[in-house]
Design a protein. Sequence first.
Length: 175
Amino acid sequence: VWEPLKSYLDRLKEKKPTRTFWFTGHSLGAALATLAADRYGDVQGLYTFGSPLVGDEGFARDFYTSGYRFVNNNDVVARIPLWGPNTLNLMKWGRYEHVGLLKYIDETGKLFDNPSMLERVQPGVRGQIQLFREVMNQWSNGEFGDIPIDCFNDHAPLYYALRIWNCYEQELQDF
């Protein structure tokens, strides 16, 4: 896949030398966009949404493309893979690391720049407690429908689009 893509990008650059490239993707597409941005090199920026961890410490340290990494609340994909040679060091989720400035969207839809691990975990715990209450309320009323699992729901591209749009709208109103 890489050689045809690189060839295509090179042809576009030859036609217009001032052309800039921005790479983006969601989920596995975000991981591939990250790898492509690193490999191609001549990239203006990278925007990822719900990206899994892509590289090791060296990859993250040597990654020079400026980028933004959006994570919607409890998106489980942004936490994988969980395994690696340093799995017990949970702050680094194995030896894998993310790249780019974290843009975290909490459970209320508010956008934060690079919040601490504690600031990201607290809303998740609150969300799980609220979910548990809702399920118990449904069950006590004899309603045994689907149980929503926010770590999977939060990964949906639709929710990324809606929440980022809502943040944009709120910023316009606050301006």
